[in-house]
Write a protein that binds this ligand. Sequence first.
Ligand code: GLP
Length: 263
Amino acid sequence: MRIVIQDNYDKMALWAANYIADKINNHTEDRPFVLGLPTGSSPIGVYKELIRKNKAGEVSFKNVVTFNMDEYVGLPHEHDQSYWYFMHDNFFDHLVDLPEENINMLNGMTDDPEGECRRYEEKIASYGGIDLFMGGIGVDGHLAFTEPYTSLSSRTGVRALTTDTRIVNSRFFGNDPEKVPATALSVGIGTVTDSKEVLVLISGHNKARALAATVEGGVSQKWTCSALQLHNGAIIACDEEACGELTVDTYKYFLDIERGERL
Ligand code: GLP
């Protein structure tokens, strides 16, 4: 696992955007670059920088296919808290050359949630899997909506959200946890870890416990993010604030090991 520690959120976002743009630009296989994407506040700076690069002609999304991590059940596209709305508002609508048909998102309004999730997995497989899955993380260590105790080999499925997650996410729903949908469609941990690379953004004091559990704890379904320890291409991009619960040894180790990359 690589842990790239940056001074602050903006530098972390810039680092991640550069990393993703380089991967897209250096992709030479005779098929699209398949990019997994999250919602949330963590990726916003990355999206801003990727949009800037795209408009400046520094990276093209013409040959990129995207798959989003998750979607609330029961929120229509036009609901401003649906992840469909978030992604179009914060990213897709601003890119100059991403074909609309290359965008894949789970449909939270489907009459057949199980079938929807199965088809999503099949579609990912039809492209030969995901090249790079960018993710954020919940304060309880969830990736997408893989709440604590979701199987580490889980696939895309219907997930019940914990009360804790609904409380945390209620900041977008008028601070009323009851207004946060109780279920979501979400990729599984297995879906994420099948990707060639996984890049997780972890920023801020409130994520410090989750970062420590991801890196220093044992692999455990209590902290589903800890499954990344078994992935051969996992990178965590984080800021100083998120490092608050790491031991000094761990912190120094990763600064040391990444020093060459920083020069
Ligand atoms: C939600 C999303 C996750 C996201 C998490 C953290 O629960 N389903 O994909 O990573 O929130 O969001 P934020 O980046 O806003 O802290």
